[in-house]
Design a protein around this ligand. Structure first.
Ligand SMILES: [Zn+2]
Length: 322
């Protein structure tokens, strides 16, 4: 049984209203987003991408994400001591605070942070993600791994934005998929032809979903060994009768075009929102230049390769679920 917590959602909606009125930076950047240019690019049948020209996102797009080179606690912008005094928060159980993100992609955009300075990692936090998606029922909650999109890999956080704005949340039901797991309460589907590789986990039993997620993470850890956790992005939202979780295992953080020079360069660092189908471009030239061919190529580059994808699917189906 899924119960929503109207109180938290209401408090957060009020927080947004208050911050947009009383915090200059939020007022300015959310106002600019209202007038941001957007266009839809069709990549195929029932596959669309929303392109957004969003100059304020340049910091996170070009952030230095080398985990050996990150600032310490005294410079961390998610630590309470370093946040602007105008930035208010709503407390959430489990040592968490909900803040307004002053550099929005969504009309309602939150950063959800741990009260303590602890590294970004999804292990042990997936249950919290389900709980947040449940309580923040007008939002989708998302997670960027420390090596693929988190702008503060040294401080644990989620983000959240308007539910159903990201195309994947609407399009996934229209895609062909391989059913990898099916129980009375849960279903895990692999979308093969969605131009980026995604595992869709849906169900209404939080405990079982958490157990399946742990198994998926175990498979990814085995097949994608890295310095930290396997590269991945996750989006989670709550539909009336189930949670829907979209897991994107990643092959690389940035496409080759990011590192080119001159007119061939495209400043794009795909994270959960981009994998979900909202591509935010800080530079006007990239916003103009991106078309279905380039976006398809970028999705392919930053997703896992076909052979690895097949191994992931096989290992998941061979895992023991009980
Ligand atoms: Zn911190």
């Amino acid at each position: 049984m899924i119960k929503e917590n109207n109180d938290i959602n209401r408090k957060v909606e009020l927080l947004i209203k208050e911050q947009l009125e009383g915090w200059d930076l939020a007022h300015k950047n959310f106002g600019a987003l209202e007038n941001a240019h957007e266009r839809i690019v069709s990549l195929g049948e029932h596959i669309q991408v929303i392109l957004q020209h969003n100059p304020e996102r340049i910091r996170s797009t070009t952030a230095k994400t080398d985990i050996h080179n990150i600032p310490d606690e005294s410079l961390c912008f998610l630590c309470q001591a370093n946040r602007p005094v105008q930035q208010l928060s709503v407390p959430y159980p489990g040592n968490i605070e909900i803040l307004v993100n002053p550099y929005p992609i969504f009309r309602k955009h939150l950063t959800i942070v741990s009260k303590t300075h602890t590294p970004q990692s999804i292990r042990g936090h997936f249950e919290t993600m389900l709980s947040l998606a449940n309580d923040l029922w007008s939002f989708s909650v998302f997670y960027n791994g420390p090596a693929c999109g988190a702008s503060a890999p040294m401080h644990f956080h989620f983000q959240a934005g308007d539910k159903y704005y990201m195309p994947v949340e609407r399009e996934f039901e229209l895609q062909d998929g391989d059913v990898l797991i099916q129980t009375n309460n849960s279903r895990l589907i692999a979308l093969d032809n969605y131009l980026r590789k995604v595992l869709v986990l849906r169900g209404n039993n939080a405990q079982e979903l958490s157990r399946i997620f742990k198994q998926i993470l175990g498979v990814l850890e085995k097949l994608m060994p890295g310095e930290t956790e396997p590269m991945l992005n996750i989006i989670c939202c709550r539909a009336p009768k189930e949670w829907r979780t979209f897991i994107f295992p990643r092959g690389s953080h940035r496409p080759s075009q990011f590192f080119l020079e001159g007119t061939n360069q495209i400043l794009l660092s795909p994270a959960a929102v981009e994998m979900g189908g909202v591509v935010s471009c800080p530079r006007a030239e990239d916003f103009e230049k991106l078309d279905s061919k380039l976006i398809t190529d970028i999705f392919k580059q930053v997703s896992v390769s076909n052979p690895l994808w097949e191994s992931i699917k096989t290992s998941i189906t061979q895992s023991e679920w009980k």
